[in-house]
Write a protein that binds this ligand. Structure first.
Ligand SMILES: CC(C)(COP(=O)(O)OP(=O)(O)OC[C@H]1O[C@@H](n2cnc3c(N)ncnc32)[C@H](O)[C@@H]1OP(=O)(O)O)[C@@H](O)C(=O)NCCC(=O)NCCS
Length: 150
């Protein structure tokens, strides 16, 4: 809760992530994380403290082999390479498990740090989805990044 309850985190995530982030939101995230068998939601921990989250939300129908890949870290921990390490490890785990053929992440145009994290982890910039996101009162582009198992 302490790390999640920041505008700068919320501003870069989808509507699934609330702000302010309350105790009830944290409890409901834990229920969600345990309920969905195909998706995978993990905490990012440093020593014994939860400092963020990382997840892969399974697609359905024709997108059954695709997962939407997302992550966040408490603002106090930014700039230390922690997200890069988590993304690299989680990506390797997901692809090794054979769970998904494709991992994709739509990054908001104002978030170059996240683009860099994905590029370092071997995700490929596939294109710009113009005016695809309405966030924080603005209509903005997002950039699609993806990696495939083969
Ligand atoms: C995006 C986020 C996960 C990055 O976490 P982090 O632990 O600070 O990331 P890292 O330290 O591993 O790497 C950040 C990289 O971006 C670079 N970077 C940071 N700010 C940048 C900027 N304004 N422009 C370009 N690159 C930037 C850093 O230099 C670093 O690259 P390097 O290792 O080559 O030097 C974190 O800022 C966050 O949680 N933001 C809010 C939620 C979010 O954006 N989630 C992702 C949604 S797609």
């Amino acid at each position: 809760m302490r790390h999640a309850n920041h505008r700068a985190v919320w501003r870069n995530l989808t509507g699934m992530f609330p702000h302010p982030y309350t105790r009830a939101d944290a409890d409901s995230w834990i229920v969600t994380a345990q309920a969905d068998a195909r998706s995978l939601h993990l905490a990012i921990a440093l020593d014994d403290e939860v400092i963020g989250g990382i997840g892969a939300i399974a697609g359905s129908g024709i997108a059954v082999a695709t997962a939407d890949f997302g992550y966040w870290l408490g603002e106090a921990l930014w700039g230390r390479g922690l997200a890069s390490a988590a993304v690299l490890a989680f990506k390797a785990h997901l692809l090794r498990s054979g769970r998904f053929a494709r991992l994709q992440a739509g990054v908001f145009a104002w978030n170059p740090a996240s683009m860099r994290v994905l590029e370092k982890a071997g995700f490929v910039r596939e294109g710009v989805l113009r005016h695809s996101v309405t966030k924080d009162g603005a209509l903005i582009d997002s950039v699609m990044y993806a990696c495939t198992a083969a």
